[in-house]
Design a protein around this ligand. Sequence first.
Ligand code: SF4
Length: 202
Amino acid sequence: MSIARRVRSVELLYTRLDKEIAQFQSTTKLHCIAGCGKCCTKPDVEASPLEFLPWAYHQFLQGRALEALDRLKRSPSSVCILYSPLSLGDMGKGKCSEYAHRGLICRLFGYGAGRDKIGQLRLATCNIIKENQKDSYQDTVNAINNGLSIPIFSDQYKRLAQIDFKLGNTIVPINKALQMALEEVLHYYAYRPFPSKFKRSA
Ligand code: SF4
């Protein structure tokens, strides 16, 4: 499948998922605290290259793919390079510099559930939400146990892998996933013409 088609398929999956998440948020009232980027500062976030293919493609179309690849290769940190802290003194406050192109894991965390050993759905969220939105959190846990619809990590990743089995099933540290996504796009277009409907900007 061409890069453009895979990108469109991943974006379609995100559009559907974002609608499910919006519904979940509106029902549960759970929400991230404005300006909090704590979850993005975790050094052990993992993702698949495929979930960042739209981001990589966008970088390529903007003529920024090589620069981003270089930045990734030189980054000494395992924190996602797309995270933009408000200040270096307080890494926990900040935002995603590529929010529209963030990955599947970024969309699901806080609003998705994994299954525990006995198959029970468990909301994947952070301690900040658990502590600051105690009532909504507890109500949500109870509602999930009573059948509230919630995006499920394994289902979403299965759908992702149907678009590209290899790139969707490879789970690596997030910066490696970003790098692999860029390399996939750059390799693809190494011997192919630039996508005709987009004008080269660099
Ligand atoms: S892509 Fe954006 S939302 Fe996802 S971990 Fe990186 S900074 Fe955070």
